[in-house]
Design a binder for this molecule. Structure first.
Ligand code: GLC
Length: 399
């Protein structure tokens, strides 16, 4: 494994001895096996902390199962994701099939949540297809899921709006601090997040379409919408979907700020927390057509004085006052985000950066004990452990 790991300094713990692709894949498989629900056909993110099906987690699990040579599990997991899809195409972010009244009062709905998450199913379908896994029955619900966001979700400055911070996947990201006035505080933010569920507006079929109390179109979320639409269109040849994704990319690219070296969110936080340099705000590297922005974003991702870390890019730029290296969504490295940066580097044929990102993800996953997220510098595990999406390390290891 090449990469900056070897240069990471004498204070770091040694990597586990003899860690090669075979051992890593065996470790990843054990993590996924332990969280697999054979009766239901999906992997829970964590058997203790997250014992249900989560949207973007399951997409990453499906990719990993497919790479590990388990096409049936990959297909079943993705197919199950659409169990709760509405007629308009909305895919809920949590499926409570096995405990339908769980949080039902909170969501005002049984069996599922009332908001979505990044639609990573476009990418998952493309990966499965590339590996020769049949995706015919997944294409239609995945297309409807993306069309829901592109056609029925509110827009802000031409971008797809979020209805809730949780929809981004990054619950406590400093990009949302605008809605926690007086300085971010975990207890107050917890209450605000609860209140923001109540103000989501739904279409007659229950699909969330807007939230007048949370007016924001996140660059990270829009990058993932565009990326997933393009991934799916590459499988289906859906030119209309591709055109809509390209229009979103063009709009996103007008939001690159060269002095801050980040993309800036649209909406009420545009002049405030929507400019904080967070890792998710660099996700447009997956789709951007601006060479200057892509160059700068990759430099930021790997620069140790910006985001770079031996165990993955930090979640927040180290120069931000909000950077907190071990606080949930406010500084640690996340496996799924490092994986997405690795995908972007691969698509752009940036082999050295891709190798660095792979080494970081492998190092972080193994040092952390396959944790939910970890300290970007030394890999100290944080959150749930083991957590299924850490198994993405097996996807990037190669060999
Ligand atoms: C946390 C994360 C979210 C993830 C979920 C399950 O809520 O913020 O992104 O989907 O856990 O892993």
């Amino acid at each position: 494994m090449s990469g900056p790991g070897g240069e990471s300094g004498p204070t770091l713990p040694a990597d586990p001895p003899g860690l090669d692709g075979v051992a890593l894949r065996a470790g990843a498989r054990a993590v996924l096996e332990a969280a697999w629900r054979e009766d239901a056909g999906y992997t829970v993110p964590s058997t203790t902390v997250y014992p249900f099906q989560w949207l973007w987690d399951s997409c990453f699990h499906a990719v990993t199962w497919a790479v590990l040579g388990e096409p049936d599990r990959a297909r079943r997991e993705l197919a199950h994701l659409f169990r709760t899809q509405t007629p308009l195409g909305f895919v809920p972010h949590v499926d409570y099939e096995h405990d339908p009244t769980h949080h039902a009062e909170f969501w005002r709905h049984e069996g599922r949540s009332s908001i979505t998450q990044p639609p990573m199913f476009g990418h998952a379908v493309a990966v499965l297809d590339a590996l020769g896994v049949a995706v015919d029955d997944l294409v239609e619900p995945a297309t409807r899921g993306l069309r829901f966001l592109l056609e029925h979700r509110a827009r802000i400055a031409g971008l797809v709006a979020l209805c809730h911070p949780w929809e981004s996947g990054g619950d406590d990201c400093p990009r949302w601090d605008h809605w926690c006035p007086g300085g971010w505080d975990p207890a107050r933010w917890y209450d605000v997040k609860g209140d923001l569920v109540a103000t989501v507006e739904h279409a007659p079929d229950g699909s969330p379409i807007a939230n007048p109390s949370f007016l924001v179109a996140s660059c990270g979320f829009n990058a993932l919408v565009a990326f997933n639409a393009l991934e799916l269109a590459s499988v289906t040849g859906d030119d209309a979907l591709r055109a809509e994704a390209e229009a979103l990319v063009a709009t996103l690219d007008r939001r690159w700020d060269p002095s801050l070296r980040t993309w800036v969110d649209a909406g009420d936080s545009e002049a405030t927390s929507g400019r904080v340099r967070t890792l998710d705000a660099l996700l447009p590297v997956l789709v951007s057509r601006r060479d200057d922005a892509v160059e700068a974003a990759f430099a930021e991702l790997l620069d140790p004085s910006a985001f770079g870390g031996a165990c993955g890019p930090a979640g927040v730029h180290r120069g931000e006052p909000s950077f907190a290296p071990r606080t949930y969504w406010r500084g640690p490295a996340w496996p799924q985000l490092t994986y997405l940066a690795w995908v972007a580097a691969g698509r752009r044929r940036r082999a050295p950066e891709q190798a660095d990102l792979a080494a970081m993800l492998v190092r972080g996953a193994t040092r952390s004990g396959w944790a939910e997220y970890w300290d970007a510098d030394d890999g100290t595990g944080l959150g749930a452990a083991p957590q299924s999406w850490a198994a993405l390390a097996a996807v990037v290891v190669g060999g």
